[in-house]
Design a binder for this molecule. Structure first.
Ligand code: ZN
Length: 148
């Protein structure tokens, strides 16, 4: 029986062990003292993404994008809006496919924007193409088996 939940800090990638019955949305990182949830997606590189996948007890939703990609830029504020709704039960991250090509390739991303959903380190769902905030939230909750 687990009474704590592991949350990886989006700023310093320290793993924080939080009591399950305390609201995670208000928690601060024990290492860097910044809020664990800000309502915004956190930019990650390959190493940080790997840490988030492996150490988080909550699901991890990754937006793979690139600066030259029009649909990616159009989806960015939608992904931001989705973060305010999905946090703190889901961690939202952004991976720049141009800056982190080996990571993007290893994840099998062939077109962007792409959404990748991980739970307990495993890729459980992926979606290609832009979605609005409502659909990002609904898709994520559906794939996680939660009521949308
Ligand atoms: Zn931290």
């Amino acid at each position: 029986m687990s009474t704590t939940v592991n949350i990886v800090c989006p700023h310093c990638t320290a793993t924080n062990r939080l009591p399950q019955d305390k609201p995670a949305g208000a928690a601060r990182c024990g290492a860097c003292h910044r809020p664990l949830f800000s309502g915004h997606p956190a930019a990650v590189d390959g190493a940080a993404l790997d840490k988030h996948r492996r150490a988080n007890d909550i699901p991890v939703l990754v937006d793979v994008w690139a600066p030259w990609c029009g649909p990616c830029r159009a989806m960015a504020p939608m992904f931001d809006a989705a973060a305010t709704q999905l946090e703190p039960s889901v961690r939202l991250l952004k991976l720049n496919a141009d800056d982190h090509q080996p990571t993007s390739a290893a994840l099998g991303v062939s077109g962007i924007p792409a959404l990748l959903l991980f739970q307990h380190g495993e890729l459980i769902a992926r979606n290609a193409g832009a979605m609005d905030a409502r659909n990002i939230i609904a898709w994520t909750r559906r794939e996680l088996g939660q009521a949308a």
